[in-house]
Design a protein around this ligand. Structure first.
Ligand SMILES: *Cc1c(COP(=O)(O)O)cnc(C)c1O
Length: 463
């Protein structure tokens, strides 16, 4: 309380910084670093631009946190939310009841997804979606009389959320160190060619590497015994792990393995879904055939929290016809206002043909211009697909030598980006972008100019 009153005379920015520093614990942040008013207050946003409390404008190349796909300030979503909050702000789906937004949204999701995906279980986030995945996978095999099929195979550096189950499914070591890992989840190698190339110090054929990493899934199944393995879970492109675009050989090989063994394939579409790759879902980009698809982020462009698990007919038929009660759900499963936001968002995507525009025009232009950054002395690799990109910074690009982690080069670069009116995220020393899908070519030109300038300033800081 002393902080609160002490702050009353300060400028708005200082006041919010002081309140925040005194009372707000931030996700994935060292709280010590937020002392001394270090936090930046974002106060408003329009289109692809954020404005902070001092009036400084930033191009938001992260779409918030991979989610504001249709951009800020979209009147269609705002109107739908405000109408629904007046009509019916809340009701549940537990008591053999539903409401128009949940019914409409589940049908709309079935329309925009592959033909064999016709049911959705709603959650409020991607983490809850992956918790639901685990319960559903186990339930599925229980119903089929194979309760010993329990193990889920995931990948190192995967991100599937931050609840205990979701972080266990994820492959983030730092999270496991603090949160532990629940039984029956194992992790295999990720298809991160550039990282491996730097580590190995030798030439490394990307396609050969892709096949070997895929084979490690089959090896793990053999090691455990097929009778114990319930599912394999993966993001089509690892997002938070550093936008890891796998070598072309990877997914075809994984597909064969998933078909060869009787296991479920869980395709985490929380980032790749809703147009990010130039397709409605990342599974379409790689021709994957998922059994379960956790979704969230782009579903309502982040306007309100909503996620879900889309369920393929193969699994839905078992759960519905043979399962009995599924003892699982959330107070806010299918929340009417969040569902209304998602409906308005998806309809906006449809009327603006955003998926086609991304695939045919915006993404090819972004990817082309992004590759120009490869010429910068700090840039070891540029990779990306659709509206996802990564710029990996290295000490010696000719010899594939990464920076010493302790130098915090990614954070230095991120700070220069902020100075230059640009938001990019640093994952280690990799700069990540996942901009709103509504970006135009002229916006991409602005992005490249600011990114290049930030790289130059990073290089100067390191000298
Ligand atoms: C963000 C993310 C999640 C978790 O979603 P939350 O809404 O933050 O709980 C799960 N999977 C992937 C691939 C993600 O990127």
């Amino acid at each position: 309380m002393t902080q609160r009153f002490a702050a009353m005379d300060a400028s708005n920015t200082e006041r919010w910084q002081q309140l925040d520093s005194a009372h707000h614990l931030h996700p994935f942040t060292d709280p010590k670093e937020l002392k001394n008013n270090a936090v930046r207050i974002i106060e408003s946003a329009q289109g692809i631009y954020l404005t902070d409390s001092d009036g400084k404008e930033y191009l938001d190349a992260m779409a918030g946190l991979w989610c504001v796909n249709m951009g800020y300030g979209r009147q269609e979503i705002i109107d739908a939310v405000s109408a629904q909050v007046q009509q019916l702000p809340y009701y549940n789906a537990f008591f053999k009841t539903s409401h128009p937004p949940a019914a409409e949204l589940s049908a709309l999701l079935s329309e925009v997804s592959p033909g064999y995906m016709n049911h959705t279980f709603f959650t409020s986030s991607g983490s809850e979606a992956n918790d639901t995945v685990l319960r559903m996978v186990w339930r599925y095999w229980d119903i089929l009389g194979k309760p010993e099929k329990r193990v889920v195979i995931s990948r190192k550096n995967a991100y599937h959320g931050s609840t205990i189950a979701a972080s266990s499914l994820g492959g983030m070591e730092d999270m496991h160190k603090q949160g532990g890992i629940i039984p029956n989840i194992v992790h295999v190698e990720q298809p991160y060619w550039f990282g491996k190339r730097c580590e190995s110090g030798a030439d490394l054929d990307a396609q050969q590497f892709g096949r070997e990493v895929a084979q490690s899934i089959a090896d793990k199944i053999e090691e455990l015994g097929e009778g114990r393995v319930a599912a394999f879970i993966a993001e089509p492109i690892q997002g938070a792990g550093g936008v890891i675009v796998p070598p072309e050989s990877y997914w075809p090989e994984v597909k064969k393995i998933c078909a060869q063994y009787d296991i479920l394939f869980v395709d985490d579409e929380v980032i790749c879904g809703f147009g990010r790759t130039g397709h409605w879902f990342g599974s379409e980009l790689y021709g994957l055939k998922p059994d379960l698809m956790p979704i969230a982020k782009g579903l309502a462009s982040g306007y309100l929290p909503i996620g879900g698990v889309m369920v393929a007919d193969r699994v839905a038929d078992v759960l519905i016809d043979q399962g009995g009660e599924f003892n699982h759900g959330f107070t806010y499963s299918g929340h009417p206002v969040c569902a209304a936001a998602a409906i308005a968002n998806i309809k906006l995507m449809q009327t603006e043909n955003i998926v086609e525009t991304v695939r045919e025009s915006t993404a090819p232009y972004l990817q082309k211009r992004l590759r120009e950054l490869s010429d910068h002395p700090l840039v070891g690799e540029v990779r990306g697909v659709g509206m996802l990109g990564a710029i990996e910074l290295v000490e010696d690009k000719d010899n594939y030598v990464k920076f010493d982690k302790a130098r915090g080069v990614g954070i230095i670069c991120r700070n220069h980006c902020f100075e230059n009116n640009l938001v990019m995220r640093a994952v280690g020393d990799t700069m990540i972008l996942s901009p709103p899908l509504i970006m135009q070519q002229s916006d991409i030109d602005v992005f490249i100019e600011r990114a290049w300038k930030s790289l130059d300033m990073t290089q100067q800081s390191l000298a």
